[in-house]
Write a protein that binds this ligand. Structure first.
Ligand SMILES: COC(=O)c1ccc(CCNc2nc3cc4nc(N)[nH]c(=O)c4cc3[nH]2)cc1
Length: 373
């Protein structure tokens, strides 16, 4: 066990990287997918199941947890790991993105953002200092700076304003975090879809010497090719010896293509939220189990999968569960989708170890293209 936060690169294959983030609560094998546990739970899953599927770390949200049950209350109850029974690493987002997408009557200025809770209308203030304080109260292992993420498309002036504000908030977040050996605070690269602003943001954050770097401001409605072009110009500016985390991404294809452009860590609600709505991710592409074509299909979702969703049930039964809006529907498809995402990550890591990532990427995409039988 280490008392420090370290990142070790084991292999590279093109721009793809195979590494390990080591922290006191455990190691994170990269490229890594972090299941989203917004309110301190990965919805419809026991923590032990999430762990067994190969998850080394999960994500929590400052915005949701500060509103309910409250950061001070979580601290009083031993911190998020004890509260949620997840003794492994936890990464928390800083709240700015969720405020802008969920809260009402929000006002953003140099000092931070004030807003009304979408739950009970109470007023709150989030500053770089308060966000780091909340993430500390949650006992988060990897904390995010407070930043401002603008939607795309936006004017270059607006993108530049938000990027420079986020740099000032990066300084304040890092100062508020101080020195916490077994933990880390990450800077977040902004700059929208403007190459010169992305490079300026990444260079400034690199000079601030964070332990790791998030790439924000993406997966906000832009086409995949725009996201990939931005990645291609951003990752080379970031220090090779530090982890890179692409926020909110993504589909299996997004992840493959982003690993190929130097990204190490991912989080996305896609496998869990889409699973609750009947969308299954498989090695042969996506399957919408609400579709009537499955109503009398006695075959399993994927006969090669040992996940109970395929091992113990037919497509017809899964279809029925979704039509009946049964709780078991969400449980089984969340299980299937997280199993698929973690198997994909394990396949990516193995392919980089053996220097055959490009073949793996093409073969995986061909499998999806084959489509559902
Ligand atoms: C079924 O699937 C879905 O509903 C669904 C919804 C949203 C996303 C995309 C999420 N994208 C995203 N999350 C993000 C979180 C972020 N946090 C900070 N602090 N700064 C950012 O700049 C930032 C950008 C993001 N972009 C992906 C999937």
């Amino acid at each position: 066990m280490t008392e420090k936060f370290t990142f070790t690169l084991h292999a590279t294959d093109g721009m793809a990287r195979r590494g390990t983030v080591s922290m006191p609560r455990g190691d994170i094998r990269t490229p890594a997918f972090m299941p989203v546990g917004t309110a301190g739970t990965v919805k419809a899953m026991y923590p032990g199941q999430v762990r067994e599927l190969g998850s080394d770390i999960i994500l929590g949200n400052t915005y949701h947890l500060m509103l309910r049950p409250g950061a001070e209350r979580v601290a009083k109850l031993g911190g998020l790991h004890v509260f949620a029974n997840w003794p492994h690493p936890i990464l928390t987002d800083s709240g700015g993105f969720q405020v802008m997408s969920l809260a009402q009557l929000r006002k953003l200025d140099e000092n931070g953002v004030t807003f009304q809770s979408h739950i009970d209308g109470r007023r709150y203030e989030l500053t770089p200092e308060r966000s780091i304080e909340i993430q500390g109260l949650l006992d988060s292992d990897i904390q995010m700076q407070l930043d401002e993420c603008v939607a795309l498309p936006s004017s270059e002036a607006e993108i530049e304003r938000a990027m420079r504000l986020s740099l000032r908030w990066a300084e304040r977040s890092k100062a508020a975090f101080g020195e916490q050996p077994g933990k880390a605070v990450f800077g977040i690269v902004q700059g929208g879809d403007v190459p010169r602003l992305r490079i300026a943001s990444a260079e400034a954050l690199r000079d601030m010497d964070f332990k790791g770097y998030s790439i924000g401001g993406l997966a906000v409605g832009e086409p995949q090719h725009v996201m990939l072009e931005i990645l291609s110009i951003t990752t080379p500016v970031l220090p090779a010896e530090k982890p890179r985390y692409l926020m909110g991404v993504g589909t299996p294809d997004d992840i493959l293509e982003s690993v190929a452009r130097g990204v190490d860590m991912f989080d996305c609600v896609m496998p869990t939220r889409a699973g609750r709505h009947g969308l299954a991710f498989t090695r042969f592409g996506k399957v919408n189990l609400k579709n009537a074509r499955h109503a009398e299909d006695h075959r399993p979702l994927d006969e090669a999968s040992d996940c109970p969703a395929s091992r113990d049930y037919s497509r017809a039964y899964l279809h029925h569960l979704f039509k009946a809006n049964e709780t078991l529907a969400a449980m089984l498809l969340t299980w299937n989708n997280l199993a698929y995402y973690q198997q994909l990550m394990a396949g990516i890591r193995g392919a980089i170890d053996e220097r055959r990532f490009e073949d793996f990427r093409l073969a995986t995409k061909a499998g999806w293209a084959r489509g559902d039988i």
